[in-house]
Design a protein around this ligand. Sequence first.
Ligand SMILES: NCc1[nH]cc(CCC(=O)O)c1CC(=O)O
Length: 297
Amino acid sequence: MKRDKIVIGSRESKLAVLQSEMVRDYIKEKNPDLEVEILTMKTTGDIILDRTLDKVGGKGLFVKELDKALIAGRSILSVHSLKDMPMEVPEELPLLAFSKREDPRDVLVLPEGASELDKSKPLGCSSLRRTLQLKKLYPDMDVRSIRGNLQTRLRKLDEGQYSALILAAAGLKRLGLESRINRYFTADEIIPAAGQGILAVQGRKGEAYDFLEGYCDKKDWTAGSAERAFVKLLDGGCSSPVAAHAEILGDEIYLRGLYYDEKDGSYVTGTLRGNKADAESLGRELAETLRKKGENR
Ligand SMILES: NCc1[nH]cc(CCC(=O)O)c1CC(=O)O
C-alpha cells in the first residue's frame, strides 16, 4: 500500500520537536509526495519534575507514552534521544535506525554574562553519572540536582541559583545555543551516557519503512549498539549512572565504560579496543571486566 501521510510521535519539549523535525525533513526530502506530521505528547519524565530521575525510578520514563501511540496506530514512528531509550525495547516496537551522531561530549555552561566559575555556588546537573564524575574534576564544589527541559534549566542557571550546569553538547548545538558552552569535557573526563548525541527512530513490527531508506548511519549504529550492549549487561537504564562511549576508527572500535557499584557508591572505568564487527560482544566484554574489577577492589 502506498501511503500519502505518516505521523511521527515526539515528546513536546523544544529539543524533542526539533529532533523529530530533523527526521521529518530527511523523510520529506527523500519522499516529496509524502505528508509528514509530528504528534507531540508529554511523558512521565516531563511531568514529574520535583525528583531526580534515579528517585522517580523505573525505566523508559521518556518513552512509554510514545510507545502507546505507536501501538495504537496514532503514529508510525517515534523519534527519541537514544540515551533516553531503555536497553530493552518491546519486541513489537523495534529500533529501525540511528542518526549520525551529534557531538557526544558533556559541557559546562555558565550563567549569562559570567566569564568564570563561581565556586561558592553549586554545579547543577541531572544525573548521577555526571555527579559522580564531576566530584573528581571539581572536588571542592557542591553538586546539586536540577530537572526540567533545557530551557527551564538554563533559566534557573541565569537566575543565579547555580555556578554552572553540565549538559550534553548535542542538545545545545541543535538548539543553536553552542555559544553558551564554556568548556568541553573530553570523553575521558566525563564518559558520556550510552547513545548520547544519537537520535533513535523506532517503529512498529510488520510495517514497511521504505521512506526511511538511507537514514541510518552505519558507523553510529555500530557505536550506539556497542554502548547499549555494555549498559544492558550491567542492567542500567536511563537513570542509572552507567556510562559508555564508543569511537569507530577505521575498522577498529574503541570503547570506554563506567561501572557503578550501588553497594558502596564507588565506580570504576576502563577501555577496550577491538574489531568493529564485534561491537556488541566487546561492549559486553568490557562490562564483565569492569564488574569484576569493581567487585575485586
Ligand atoms: N536527559 C535529557 C536529554 N536527553 C538527550 C539530551 C541531549 C541530546 C542527546 O544526547 O542526543 C538531553 C539533555 C542533556 O542531557 O543535557
